[in-house]
Design a protein around this ligand. Sequence first.
Ligand SMILES: [Fe+2]
Length: 164
Amino acid sequence: MIHAIMRDMIRYFEGDVKRINHALKVFCFASLISKESGTDEREDLIVGITALLHDIGIKEAERKFQSSSGKYQEQEGPLVAREILVRYDLDDTIIDRVCFIIGNHHSYSKIDGNDFQILVEADFLVNIFEDLVRDDSVRNIRDKIFRTESGIRLLEGMYPLKSP
Ligand SMILES: [Fe+2]
């Protein structure tokens, strides 16, 4: 199922390779952190689907508001994700959880579970590189946002900090 949803995401972003690659990278890191954190099967599925679809609202945000700002992405994302996911044999509680995380994924104060936490960490691991985030900000992100042992190890390994 996860690969069919992957295919849906690639189709939805039709030719926008940058966003397709972003989603695939976030998916890979999220899967790794999930695996290394001992996440159970249900939560692992939520993590995987959320990672693939977390930025899915960006196209509607640009179409309706000519803006890709986080606020509009969060607003538009859940509906698009739901349209994709209702075609699958998925429990409503799983779809609701995926949509909740997508709808709040830039609002770090709303992190309320391991699944949400893993998605945010995986997104940062990719965004630090894509957005050329500076060293002092990386440290700040590590200290303020990261919680999982696996995510912290990945962050420190990928973006070595010059001093402790
Ligand atoms: Fe993202």
